[in-house]
Design a binder for this molecule. Sequence first.
Ligand SMILES: Cc1ncc(COP(=O)(O)O)c(C=O)c1O
Length: 361
Amino acid sequence: MSGLPVRDDLVGKSPYGAPQLPRAIQLNVNENPHAPSAALVADLQRAVGEAAVSLNRYPDREAVALREDLAAYLAKQTGVPLQVEQVWAANGSNEVLQQVLQAFGGPGRTALGFEPSYSMHPILASGTGTRWVAVQRAGDFTLDAARAVAAIEEHRPDIVFVTTPNNPTGTVTSLDVIEAVCDATPGMVVVDEAYAEFAAQASAVTLLDRYPRLIVSRTMSKAFAMAGARLGYLAAGADVVDALRLVRLPYHLSALTQAAARTALAHTDELLATVQAVKEQRDRMVRDITALGLTVVPTDANFLLFGPFADPAATWQALLDQGVLVRDVSSGPGLAGWLRVNAGTEDETTAFLDALRKVHS
Ligand SMILES: Cc1ncc(COP(=O)(O)O)c(C=O)c1O
């Protein structure tokens, strides 16, 4: 890019992205390892085929039918009745979060997050010209109300991010702490619940009626096993959704995406049945990694943080040499020595554990 007049704040930066190595066993981006069933694939083909007939037309700009389906799913999952006006969807929860930052952040405004956490939050902040304030979590990666409230009172952020279960640590933040964050925050609070279906705790959606500035973001990329479909969504007040409409691109959700996501939602029970299998493999990983004398951070997600390693990059490479791709997060804030791995199928998990035994003996 040398010589190009790119924005000063982008010069020298690297694009976000973990390695994509299709020949390896891929346990590095927290996907659900279970591919869609033949019945779901057949329904997807039918639905996408039906949508294809009118691809000369723009899709429903408001994605109303999809948002109705998402509202119904979320209402069933959380026990909170939701109107379609309270639900918004975009191409992955990354786009949802970007729209939140476009509408509520921007130049002269501040977003605050508790690190280590999802590394896209500060990148999305930077892309929207929002100043990012990083507040460290406790040494065990938990977040308590006193620490959170003190940071919010000090920085008075326009947006606060709380990720629960947190990526990459798997740590849950209790609803009490989220309430304290909502009480203290002058601006918006975003609870990123990308991994909520794997967790035992109730959703922050249960707090929406008390906190009009609360936003709960979700995704179909993880428990729903639909990472390739790119569908994220959020629940919030209807006026929050109206604000997002001011920044979204027209027709941002293609007719094919809307059709695919609605079809997947019609298979919710089947797709979410994989959650139990994934958690079993995660728990097996926890047991076997711990038996090797390593530490595993308590997790309520489909992945875990393990270590510490004196040379995590070398361990990452040694695992890859055995054909298993995990995530080297060790260069992240507060993460020196740690690697992250997500639960695979039973066979993938076995391959990972065998490789780790060889590498760490
Ligand atoms: C905490 C968290 N939020 C959001 C996302 C984005 O997911 P997607 O854009 O696929 O919905 C991820 C993906 O790994 C994540 O870990």
